[in-house]
Design a protein around this ligand. Structure first.
Ligand code: IMP
Ligand code: MG
Length: 182
C-alpha cells in the first residue's frame, strides 16, 4: 500500500470536519427533538455517518442498508441492488437517507422509494458530496456538504474498487492510479 495521496486534495479533513458540524446542527434544528431515523447506505457513508450522527442529539436511531449501483470501476451500472440488515423499521418515522455522494441519483431515488413504500412518515436525503452535473434522474437532495464537478473522488468513505475509504481528506483520482489500485 502506497501512502502518497491518489490525487489532488479537494476537501481537507479540517474543511470536512467544519462542514459536517454545520450540517449536523442544521439537521438537529430542523427536526428539533422529533424522533429521527438515519438510514445510512453502506459502505460509502460509514465515516460521514459516524461524524454526523454525533451532532444530532437525542431521539435518533440508525439503520444500515447496502445499496450497490457500482461494479469495480468508476461507471454506474444503472441497476440498484438493496440489502437490509435487521428489520429496518421506518414505519411512521421521519427518515434521512444518508450517502457519501449523489452522482446519477439512481441509488438515492431507488432507496427513497423503497423507504416510502415501508411507510416512512417523511424521507429526506443527505449526502456529503453532490455531483449535480451527472444526474440522470430528478432527485431532490435536501442536505449536502459540498458540490463537486465531474471528477471521480475518493476518501472519507468514498472508494475506488474498495480502496481509499479511510483517507481523511477527499481527493481526486489521478488517471494513472485507475487500474493500478492503491
Ligand atoms: P448514483 O446512484 O449514481 O448516484 O451513485 C451513488 C454511488 O456511486 C455512491 O454511493 C458511491 O458509492 C458511488 N460514486 C459515485 N460517484 C463517486 C465518486 O466520485 N467516487 C466514489 N464513489 C462514487
Ligand atoms: Mg461506492
Amino acid at each position: 500500500m502506497n501512502d502518497s495521496r491518489p490525487g489532488r486534495v479537494l476537501f481537507s479533513a479540517e474543511a470536512i470536519h467544519r462542514r459536517v458540524s454545520e450540517l449536523g446542527e442544521q439537521i438537529r434544528g430542523d427536526y428539533a427533538g422529533r424522533p429521527l431515523t438515519i438510514v445510512a447506505i453502506l459502505k460509502g457513508s460509514v465515516i460521514f455517518l459516524a461524524d454526523l450522527a454525533r451532532h444530532l442529539g437525542h431521539g435518533v436511531t440508525i439503520e444500515l442498508i447496502e445499496a450497490s449501483s457500482y461494479g469495480d470501476g468508476t461507471t454506474s451500472s444503472g441497476q440498484v441492488a438493496i440489502r437490509r440488515y435487521g428489520k429496518l423499521d421506518v414505519q411512521g418515522r421521519d427518515a434521512i437517507l444518508l450517502d457519501d455522494i449523489a452522482d446519477t441519483g439512481n441509488t438515492l431515488t431507488a432507496v427513497r422509494r423503497s423507504l416510502e413504500g415501508m411507510g416512512a412518515r417523511s424521507v429526506r436525503t443527505c449526502v456529503l458530496l453532490d455531483k449535480p452535473c451527472r444526474r440522470q434522474v430528478d432527485l431532490v437532495v435536501d442536505y449536502f456538504g459540498f458540490e463537486v464537478g465531474d471528477d471521480f473522488v475518493v476518501g472519507y468513505g468514498l472508494d475506488y474498487d474498495d480502496y481509499y475509504r479511510n483517507l481523511p481528506d477527499i481527493c481526486t483520482l489521478r488517471p494513472e492510479v485507475v487500474g493500478v489500485r492503491a
